[in-house]
Design a protein around this ligand. Structure first.
Ligand code: DON
Length: 582
């Protein structure tokens, strides 16, 4: 069943069929299909869920800016897309403020609790206990989402927080009709969610059965928590009764987060990473995201080749992509971690000359086995569900936001009495050098567990600028495949001039150095697959590390056209995604 549904998504994605696009009566100009993005004049919100996109749209129509809309969407997703929308997780927000022509890179990633330690997930034999790292209370880092969303709103929004949070509070309190996508997902994850009393009570009916499509899901405890945040701001979560409930859940289930950890949590504005690909400026998330660094690194490699002349998704084009990905993920394993704890050689990795040196190493006619590729020996020091949404307003402000609980529904555990799920982001640390995490990624000291440290992430919200004007807001979920999905979006738009819908619909590939496997989505031509296999690539089907997932990423993209129209595309690879516009 899972396979068949996955296959259907893939086929629909490739055909650009309308079946997965919810329709609405919003007076937009065209609907999103494979070659035609959603077009509008005044503003747009693209997210994984229709209710959440509409929550953002409601705020835009009230006169809110792209930041107000993003915060409204972020809180609404915590209600209607509990797989990844969250209060108990963390993420990154890239904000472009048109009036100041300034980008803000807001890091609200979870932090390791003070009681965390390097070997906390090792068993008596010194092996990683994956259950503990992924599903225990100790798998949760100190949540950052509420700090991130409220801070973005306070500093860069224009409406009162209560106005912006009203749609989310309404959706939680009055309830909303469960979409096909949510009904399917909750049922599929019933095992994980129903072992925890609080999660079972929240997401299943009193008799334990699953919600069917169209039935109303009400979350009164979550509504109460949201109201507290709406009244008191971040203090309504990090202090007071919500904090008490979090600490209580920790104490009864062996978790580490204390009142002190919650009070000590801070979001951080970091300097955005800036690079160029030909005439397009790429502005993206710095560490503790690894995505921004590696996308700039890989673009630098491509820039020295005439990629366009190779033909989009030709074997020779994909060969260059794959080989470059291997070098980037090799460097990721050694050099990337929380910059507050580890000196990440950002400028060395994103230097155009370093890109050229990788380019020179790549054989143009044959794959180099991953075992023969290692992280650069010494770079100079410098002194399984996530969700992305993008918003843009008529003034040209834009937001690209990716946030997550890590796996779908995080560790599956909800805070009793407060109605929200907790993350299992501690698994994004490297629990032991060389031992793969839930996404098959390996790492070492740079990403070892330390109190107060933020686990390395692949989340890569990204903004593009052209001729000095705001151009694109994009990003994706997909764990380790986020970086390569966003990379291919940048290439499709910046190199091949595709519109948002075509850029989204084109089949993707992924390679992450180890395992030495080239994942190709369905839709690549058979001769391309065969040619790549002949070149020595270990071409696999489409599986990723996310159980049952058949596709790579789910990008939510908005592109401002030269004529001023706002054009966007919700990725049809995962069901339920929706572009709301007016
Ligand atoms: O931050 C990261 O890289 C991971 N926690 C993201 C997990 C993810 O994307 C799962 N989604 N499909």
């Amino acid at each position: 069943m899972r396979f068949i549904v996955g296959l259907l998504f893939s086929v629909a994605a490739l055909l650009g069929q309308g079946a997965l696009y919810a329709q609405s009566s919003t007076p937009i100009i065209t609907y999103n299909t494979q070659f035609h993005p959603t077009l509008a004049r005044n503003g747009m919100v693209v997210s994984q869920d229709e209710h959440a996109s509409n929550a953002g749209l409601e705020i835009l129509k009230l006169g809110g800016n792209a930041i107000d809309a993003a915060v409204a969407t972020g809180f609404a997703l915590a209600v209607t897309h509990p797989q990844a929308g969250n209060l108990g997780g963390g993420g990154f927000m890239m904000i472009y403020l048109k009036s100041e022509d300034r980008v803000i890179a807001l890091d609200y990633r979870e932090m390791a609790p003070k009681a965390a330690s390097k070997d906390m997930f090792l068993n008596e034999n010194g092996d990683v206990d994956n259950r503990k790292a992924r599903f225990s209370m100790q798998s949760s880092g100190v949540p950052g989402s509420v700090m991130g969303l409220t801070e973005a709103q306070r500093k860069y929004g224009t409406l009162p927080l209560a106005t912006v949070m009203a749609p989310a509070i309404r959706l939680a309190g009055e309830g909303f009709p469960v979409s096909w996508a949510l009904a399917y997902s909750l049922d599929r994850y019933k095992g994980r969610l129903s072992t925890d009393d609080a999660s079972r009570n929240q997401f299943f009916k009193v008799d334990g059965s699953s919600y069917q499509e169209g039935e109303i899901l009400r979350q009164p405890e979550l509504a109460k928590t949201l109201t507290e945040i709406s009244d008191k701001g971040a203090a309504g979560f990090y202090e007071g009764w919500v904090a008490d409930r979090i600490v209580e859940s920790m104490q009864t289930q062996g978790g580490l987060i204390t009142h002190d950890d919650l009070k000590g949590y801070f979001a951080k504005e970091r300097e955005a990473l800036e690079g160029t690909y030909r005439d397009v400026k790429v502005v993206t998330m710095p560490p503790p995201s690894s995505g921004g660094v590696h996308i700039l690194q890989m673009l630098n490699v491509f820039e020295g080749w005439d990629m366009k002349a190779l033909g989009h998704n030709s074997a020779n084009y994909l060969h260059r992509l794959t080989e470059t990905m291997k070098y980037a993920y090799a460097d990721r394993s050694k050099y990337l971690g929380d910059p507050d704890f580890f000196n990440v050689p950002i400028s060395a990795l994103t230097d155009k000359a370093y890109g050229s040196s990788i380019r020179r190493k790549i054989k143009l006619d044959a794959a180099t086995p991953s075992t023969e590729i290692a992280p650069a020996p010494n770079l100079p020091d410098e002194s399984k569900d996530t969700t992305h949404f993008s918003t843009m307003d008529a003034a040209g402000n834009m937001v690209a936001n990716t946030y997550t609980l890590n796996f779908s529904y995080g560790n599956g555990r909800s805070v009793a009495g407060a109605g929200f799920l907790l993350n299992n982001e501690m698994d994004d640390f490297s629990a032991k050098p060389g031992s793969p995490n839930g996404f098959g990624l390996i790492g070492g000291v740079a990403n070892a567990i330390e109190p107060g440290k933020r686990p390395l992430s692949s989340m890569t919200p990204t903004l593009l600028f052209k001729n000095g004007q705001p151009y694109v807001a994009t990003g994706s979920p997909g764990g380790s495949t986020i970086i390569t999905a966003v990379l291919q979006m940048v290439m499709n738009i910046a190199e091949f001039d595709m519109n948002a819908a075509t850029a989204t619909a084109r089949p993707r590939i992924h390679h992450q150095w180890f395992p030495d496997r080239l994942i190709m989505e369905p839709g690549h031509s058979v001769d391309t697959r065969l040619r790549l296999a002949e070149m020595g690539h270990n071409v696999s089907g489409t599986a990723s590390y996310n159980e049952g997932e058949r596709v790579l990423g789910a990008t939510m993209t908005i592109l401002r056209r030269p004529d001023g129209l706002i054009s966007g595309s919700a990725d049809p690879r995962r069901p339920g995604a929706y572009a709301a516009a007016y």
